[in-house]
Design a protein around this ligand. Structure first.
Ligand code: ATP
Ligand code: MG
Length: 418
């Protein structure tokens, strides 16, 4: 579990402001769920025989003896909240959330025990136009973040009947090659055979590559829906790769499933994953409701952003250097008056005294564009000295009464063009 240190938070904030604006532009509303849920919720939704439920959940008993779990993902909580507050039945909801998730995994680059997911969930729409909207929304997000090289992988799992039919064929095939299966897969052959396709064990790659594919066992309705989706993506110019082995690590998916992947993050290349889960609401006690969503790993996105863009620092605009008691008092008032007229300006008022030299050092280190210096001489003449810290420009004096106008003009000059 990581601290996100002050040098890094601006990147998180920038990401958060992009998603907030993006979601508003598609008419989605934010939902905030608790970090802790009853353990039972995750067992019933994610599935007993999944990596998450079998070995990754942080589960504990509270003082009442209730079994609780730190949420490992957001969809189950979102459905629980939707049912509890009557948001789902006979309605359309376009929702999003963003926040920490917890999984007890082996920590490595791109895999943490507390990590963050931005997720989107839509309820009450069963047609594939919404599947397409979610994918277009993802593509737009990469564009707005300025990220390149993110590819879309697509598959359909079909109806539950189609999956049952396919399961039989798959089990038969895998049983014939029993000696090539690892321990996990042998167990799953009985409990959850589809999950075997999701195995990351390289020793089983060939076996799985040659396995029968679900696409050949699909029902007509699922096939038609999937064709509509791919036609929409073609029309919108979104590229994708059909990946018949894409089954996702959670049990509740049906029909459309997709992942956005990159080659630039090593083994942890999936940055965003989702799909349809039409059966889940009913399974958790609500009325049958169509549902689709995705979740994105924020750490992976930020690490990709960092590798594709020069890391920008969280710079400030102005550092106010103050020498002596009288200047410190006056400086405080000047700074307040500047903030009053220009709330967006980022300004540090020096506190804790110190020599001119040490204060100027701090001004430079802060990344400020200019230092405003107020010492005894300046105070007597009712002005400040402006020193340019990033440009070759002679210093200049600005009277107290002109200071707000001067700073406002400097600030608007320094704003990057839209
Ligand atoms: P993986 O195959 O990498 O374990 P997953 O199938 O368990 O992923 P999901 O449950 O679908 O992942 O979560 C959606 C996204 O959340 C993932 O694509 C990934 O970007 C991110 N994610 C999942 N687990 C972690 C983790 N432990 N640390 C950081 N990010 C994670
Ligand atoms: Mg996982």
């Amino acid at each position: 579990m990581h601290d996100i240190l002050p040098d890094a938070t601006h990147r998180w904030q920038a990401f958060e402001s992009v998603i907030r604006q993006l979601m508003a532009s598609y008419g989605y509303k934010e939902i905030r769920m608790p970090l802790v849920e009853s353990t039972d919720l995750f067992c019933r939704s994610i599935g007993e025989v999944t990596d998450i439920v079998e070995k990754e959940m942080y589960t504990f008993e509270d003082r009442n003896g209730d079994k609780l779990t730190l949420r490992p993902e957001g969809t189950a909580s979102c459905v629980r909240a939707g049912i509890q507050h009557g948001l789902l039945y006979n309605q359309v909801q376009r929702l999003w959330y963003n926040g920490p998730m917890f999984r007890h995994e082996r920590p490595q680059k791109g895999r943490y025990r507390q990590f963050h997911q931005f997720g989107v969930e839509v309820y009450g729409i069963s047609t594939p136009d919404i599947d397409a909207e979610l994918i277009l929304l993802g593509a737009r997000l990469w564009k707005q973040l300025g990220l390149a090289g993110i590819r879309l992988e697509l598959n359909t799992l079909g109806s539950s009947q189609a999956r049952e039919n396919y399961k039989k064929v798959l089990v038969e095939y895998l049983q014939q090659h029993d000696e090539l299966l690892d321990e996990d897969s042998k167990r799953r052959l009985r409990t959850n055979p589809l999950r075997i396709l999701d195995s990351k064990n390289p020793a089983m790659k060939q076996l799985l590559d040659d396995a029968p594919v679900l696409m050949d066992y699909l029902d007509e309705t699922s096939l038609q829906q999937f064709k509509k989706l791919t036609a929409s993506l073609d029309a919108a110019g979104v590229e994708y790769r059909l990946n018949p082995r894409l089954v996702r690590g959670l049990d509740y998916y049906c029909n459309t499933v997709f992942e956005w992947v990159t080659d630039e993050l090593g083994a942890q290349g999936t940055i965003c994953a989702g799909g349809r889960y039409d059966g889940l609401v009913e399974q958790l006690g609500g009325k049958a409701t169509a549902a689709i969503g995705f979740a994105l790993g924020v750490e992976r996105i930020l690490s990709l952003l960092e590798s594709q863009h020069d890391s920008q620092t969280d710079r400030i605009d102005v550092y106010l250097v103050l020498l002596g008691d009288a200047c410190e008092s006056k400086g405080l008032l000047l700074a307040e008056s500047i903030r009053e007229s220009l709330p967006a300006l980022k300004m540090i008022t020096h506190c804790g005294a110190g020599s001119m030299k040490s204060q100027m050092k701090k001004a430079d280190k802060s990344g400020a564009d200019i230092a405003l210096i107020l010492a005894q001489d300046e105070l007597e003449q009712e002005q400040v000295t402006v020193k340019y810290l990033r440009e070759e420009r002679p210093q200049q004096s600005v009277g107290f009464s002109e200071l707000n106008t001067f700073i406002t003009e400097m600030y608007s000059r320094n704003q990057p063009p839209e």
